[in-house]
Design a protein. Structure first.
Length: 544
């Protein structure tokens, strides 16, 4: 592997192991101690020219964003940090893609020191569920898992040294994930016993932060602006982004009102939504219904050729305990792995919850919203995208995946299915897509409010209840996620940028435009930073 890409992967071990399938990292835990992070950043700096070296940014980079995009230059953004020339065998587009990820690593771990305040980085590093998928023989995965587990005591020491400024809301929100790391370990096994003892020290450390940590989890507007913009190679104006979020909320509410009026004419939207959310399977039936919708979504995507050459197997199952901070998620067969089933994880309610809380949680998987979630997670969303990534050309595209593109694509896919008549235009599906989209756009509004200190957490919870029809523990979980996942507005932001690019492609390509061509050209870029997507308009993103 190219030394620049290797240095970057060394700073994102859990992500590239699972999402890209770089299993040379199996059995290893990234050193997230203060000294380990400094050493990793130093290797990154040695592997690439220093920020500010002379070069012209690639088309579509931060100094040449998608026309009409949010504009407010970010000092020190990707355009001023782009290295001096293309790497071996990759295009100017790929060079800009790599440079954006290098710049983001310097912001996340260097400027913002996320390893010091966010336990989720350490949870991801220690998580053993990455060995559950069948990407290799069971014996090889078991051996890697055992080496990984044996490294827990050292990883916990590193985590306790690093995590010296965890805000109280972050610690409170992530305690279930931290505790869940050790679920199922056998204390009779000496390796597991040592890991369990170390895990107890980590739990205690985070518990202390949950009672004595700083009550303020806000990053501040300038930090959030850099975190959003640098890695996406696009300037960001937070005020303008907030305006776009409000406008999108209003559009989605109109879409929901229309769907509800078609379902039950003359009845208020809130009353119709309440009925839709009550129509859900019992906890034991969620998986079965998700499996049926998974097959339906894959067939629809293939019929309409929404993703080139869709293939592979997707298995539905419950999320491992350490991943139950998310309601649903995809763990795909990664680009560098031998082919194997992808996993569509769903988080069920905890069996010991009160009945009312279980009902609130199950409402998320109603028969209106579960199809929308499944289209997002499976096809033409994440599962289908993962299959395309296996065919992407070059190490940069196969390895480095922009979360804003990944989530933006899957969210965009939901509306594409509405446009093309998934379920024959059933208003319940359109209502479910609108409800899911209202949750995502509320995430964007809440992240902007929480991290600019303009929205207290209680108001954030109320915002989900008022704007997104999410209630009880689900609303609280959505709101508190902003504290440890400050860019979770990426779903709506990514979707809006893809929709805008689609209109530009229609104009630029004229009679040569088709949905199939747009999707094929876009997915050929892999999962690029948002500011580089525009390279499909003139073909500069092509590798050949």
């Amino acid at each position: 592997m190219d030394k620049r890409l290797r240095a970057l992967c060394d700073l994102a071990v859990s992500a590239v192991r699972e999402n890209a399938g770089l299993h040379e990292y199996d059995g290893r835990i990234q050193d997230l101690s203060p000294a380990g992070v400094r050493a990793g950043l130093a290797r990154l700096d040695r592997s690439s020219p220093a920020p500010g070296s002379a070069s012209s940014p690639a088309p579509g980079s931060a100094s040449s964003p998608i026309p009409g995009s949010v504009s407010s230059p970010i000092p020190g953004s990707v355009s001023s940090a782009a290295p001096g020339g293309p790497g071996p065998g990759w295009s100017a587009h790929d060079e800009a893609h790599l440079a954006a990820f290098e710049a983001l690593a310097r912001v996340e771990l260097g400027e913002l020191e996320e390893h010091r305040w966010n336990p989720l980085l350490h949870v991801d590093a220690m998580d053993l569920s990455c060995y559950d998928r069948e990407y290799a023989p069971a014996a090889a995965r078991a051996e890697a898992r055992r080496r990984h587990l044996a490294a827990w005591p050292e990883a916990v020491d590193a985590a306790r040294e690093s995590l010296d400024r965890v805000p109280r809301p972050v610690a409170e929100a992530l305690l279930p994930a931290v505790r869940g790391l050790a679920a199922g370990l056998d204390p009779a096994d000496p390796v597991a016993a040592a890991a369990i003892a170390a895990h107890g020290r980590l739990v205690g450390h985070v518990e202390r932060a949950a009672t004595g940590g700083d009550p303020d989890a806000a990053l501040g507007g300038p930090a959030l602006q850099r975190l959003l913009g640098v890695g996406q190679a696009i300037p960001v104006d937070l005020g303008r982004l907030e305006e776009r979020a409000d406008a999108e909320r209003d559009r989605l509410r109109a879409m929901l009102d229309d769907a509800c009026a078609r379902l039950v004419p003359g009845r208020p939207t809130a009353a119709v939504v309440a009925g839709l959310l009550r129509d859900h399977p019992e906890a034991v039936g969620v998986m079965e219904e998700a499996q049926a919708v998974t097959a339906e979504a894959i067939a629809f995507t293939a019929e309409h050729r929404l993703v080139p050459d869709l293939d592979g197997e997707c298995v539905v199952g419950p999320a491992p305990p350490s991943r139950r901070w998310a309601l649903a998620m995809m763990s795909w067969a990664a680009p560098y792995e031998p082919d194997a089933p992808s996993r569509y994880y769903i988080t069920p309610p905890e069996p010991d919850w009160p009945a009312e809380e279980q009902e609130d949680w199950l409402a998320v998987f109603s028969r209106s919203t579960l199809p929308a979630i499944t289209v997002h997670e499976v096809a033409p969303g994440h599962f289908a995208h993962g299959r395309s990534l296996r065919r992407a050309e070059g190490d940069v595209r196969r390895t480095l995946h922009s979360p804003a593109f990944v989530e933006g694509w899957a969210h965009y896919a939901e509306e594409v299915c509405v446009e093309l008549g998934f379920r024959d235009g059933d208003p319940r599906f359109a209502a479910g897509v609108a409800l899911e989209a209202l949750t995502r756009v509320t995430r964007l509004a809440v992240s902007l409010g929480v991290h600019r200190s303009s929205m207290p957490m209680a108001d954030a919870v109320r915002r989900f209840e008022a704007d997104a029809f999410v209630y009880g523990p689900a609303a609280a979980a959505e709101a508190t996620r902003a504290t440890y996942d400050p860019t979770y507005g990426r779903y709506t932001w990514g979707k809006l940028e893809i929709l805008r690019l689609r209109e530009q492609a229609r104009s630029a390509w004229g009679g040569g435009y088709s949905t199939q061509r747009f999707h094929a050209e876009l997915l050929a870029l892999g999962a690029p930073p948002l500011g580089l997507m525009g390279d499909i308009l003139d073909g500069t993103g092509r590798t050949g």
